[in-house]
Every structure is written in C-alpha cells, then in structure tokens.
Design a protein around this ligand. Structure first.
Ligand SMILES: [Zn+2]
Length: 66
C-alpha cells in the first residue's frame, strides 16, 4: 500500500519535472521533447526502428522533420 503511494507520488514528481520548459541557448526557442523514430540504415533484413527521445528547437527541427 505505502509502496504504491510512494511510486505514484514519484511519478507525479517526475512528470512535473519533465514538463518544465527548456529554452535553447542558441536560438532562444522553446525545446519541445518528442519521441523520434529513426530507421537504422545498413540493416536490410532486420529493419529495427530506434526510439529516441529528442528535444526539438529551431536548431535541429529540419534535421528531425526533414
Ligand atoms: Zn536551438
């Protein structure tokens, strides 16, 4: 019981912490965290998408969205 409550509280704390806005020091725009699926090239038979957590701002927006 107590363990569950603590886990829940920890989760809430984590979420509130990750929702904290982060600003890029280069372009000055807000960094938006997204899950980026990147296909690993070079592996023809086993296409394995890579899940990467990236933060997007004006600096790498074109790089991610193409
Ligand atoms: Zn930037």
């Amino acid at each position: 019981m107590a363990k569950k409550e603590r886990t829940f509280a920890a989760k809430l704390a984590h979420e509130s912490r990750t929702s904290h806005k982060e600003t890029c020091s280069v372009c000055g725009k807000e960094k938006v965290p997204v899950i980026y699926l990147a296909a690993r090239t070079g592996l023809k038979d086993t296409w394995r998408p890579q899940r990467r957590r990236v933060k997007i701002c004006d600096c790498n927006r074109k790089e991610i969205y193409g």
